[in-house]
Design a binder for this molecule. Structure first.
Ligand SMILES: Cc1cc2nc3c(=O)[nH]c(=O)nc-3n(C[C@H](O)[C@H](O)[C@H](O)COP(=O)(O)OP(=O)(O)OC[C@H]3O[C@@H](n4cnc5c(N)ncnc54)[C@H](O)[C@@H]3O)c2cc1C
Length: 106
């Protein structure tokens, strides 16, 4: 089953302990096993653990960018970057982490 959004799951008191899913299109499918891998707003989690809610957003945010290493090395303050390790700069209420995606050209 692909390209379908699951809206409802039934697994209690079903014939032969099978699990039935209903989709947005109104179709029903029955399986022996359902693997719940449907992310943070999981219908599977909501069905089997109705009291469990993911933590709300904490207000932190991260920006990401990919910068060519040639440009990084043009900056005198960044020439000492360690290409084999994660480089972290800590500041008040913020930090920057840089990870080389491949070895620095020599
Ligand atoms: C901007 C961003 C950056 C991130 N960077 C990193 C990182 O660098 N390293 C890291 O480890 N993690 C990172 N994460 C977190 C990581 O993406 C998640 O933890 C991971 O993707 C969760 O995997 P998952 O399989 O549980 O859910 P997801 O990857 O969310 O997959 C869930 C799938 O289920 C499908 N689905 C959902 N509901 C239904 C439904 N009702 N019916 C049918 N299908 C459904 C969705 O379409 C999706 O395809 C990042 C997340 C974000 C948002």
């Amino acid at each position: 089953m692909t390209g379908s959004r699951v809206t409802e799951i039934q697994y209690k008191n079903t014939p032969q302990n099978r699990v039935t899913v209903k989709t947005e299109q109104g179709k029903e499918y029955t399986f022996d096993l359902l693997i719940g891998a449907d992310g943070v707003s999981s219908v599977v989690r909501r069905t089997i653990l109705p009291g469990v809610r993911p933590l709300p957003p904490n207000g932190n945010c991260a920006y990401r960018a990919i910068v060519p290493m040639e440009k990084v090395l043009q900056d005198p303050g960044l020439r000492e970057i360690d290409p084999l390790n994660m480089n972290v700069w800590m500041g008040p209420n913020a930090s920057v982490a840089a990870i080389a995606s491949r070895p620095v050209p020599s």
